[in-house]
Design a protein around this ligand. Structure first.
Ligand SMILES: [Zn+2]
Length: 262
């Protein structure tokens, strides 16, 4: 098991809730205590890797924004994408990993972005795997409160009609029991795949915006993903952080998720 993290993710990134001061501090504190020796620092994603998921125009627009005052934004967005790539690489080598990264990415599409996202970390990671290992099929569990429209927009074009390379689940339910049931059922019915990955947002937490999932549910989701990976795709699994805005609740929920996932 490995945790991907860079100290530059800690200070305030931008004026959004995802880029806010102190957001990752409680999570870092808990994970450092439990997994101190498992921390790895990512490199910047290459321009080539970013352009697998985004247009040159989009990349230029983020760089331009960065030049207009938010000088570290472009670099941090590349660093987060680099963290996702490293998580995916580790998973391919058989090491389960979690990317404690920001800014998040699942609302970034090929030519645009919103929702505190800039580059689509998940798509960049999966398209990297596609290029490097020729592994084309993945199951993506996006358990963020919000639908990852960027993941859907970028990844839905791959594969044949009736057999998409990327199967994406954005569960939605009124209560925890139904939510877990939906996840379990989708995993049971999933097509064969090479790897399973989570767009791991924690804003669906009981003490977060969505008011739905307890730490126990996050533990269960982690467990289901681990079992799925071991049964279906040689244990290959990774998760990267998306949303989560009650900083202390997020830390507790990440901890619970990883107890099931690792
Ligand atoms: Zn969200």
């Amino acid at each position: 098991m490995k945790i991907i993290f860079h100290p530059d993710f800690l200070p305030r990134i931008d004026g959004t809730p995802a880029g806010d001061t102190g957001r990752l501090d409680p999570s870092l504190q808990i994970l450092k205590q439990k997994y101190e020796k498992e921390f790895i620092t990512p490199d910047l994603a290459s321009i080539e890797a970013i352009l697998r998921a985004h247009s040159q125009g989009h990349l230029d627009s983020i760089q331009y924004e960065s030049g207009r005052g938010q000088s570290s934004l472009f670099r941090l967005a590349r660093l987060a994408a680099g963290g996702a790539i490293q998580s995916a690489d580790l998973a391919m080598e058989g090491e389960a990993s979690f990317g404690l990264i920001r800014p998040p990415g699942h609302h970034a599409s090929r030519n645009s972005c919103w929702g505190f996202c800039y580059f689509n970390n998940m798509s960049i990671a999966l398209l990297h795997i596609r290029a490097k290992y020729k592994k084309n099929r993945a199951f993506i569990l996006d358990f963020d409160l919000h639908t990852g429209d960027g993941n859907l927009n970028i990844l839905r074009d791959y594969g044949k009609k009736g057999h998409k390379d990327y199967e994406i689940l954005n569960p939605d339910a009124q209560n925890e029991e139904d939510y877990l049931e939906i996840v379990e059922q989708a995993l049971n019915q999933a097509q064969p795949c090479d790897i399973i990955a989570a767009s791991a947002g924690f804003d669906q937490g009981k003490e977060d915006w969505g008011h739905l999932l307890s730490p126990e549910s996050y533990r269960k989701i982690g467990q289901l993903m681990k079992e799925f990976a071991n049964d279906r795709c040689k244990g290959r699994r990774f998760a990267i952080l998306e949303g989560g805005y009650n900083f202390h609740a997020m830390a507790t929920n990440i901890e619970a998720f990883l107890e099931g996932f690792f």
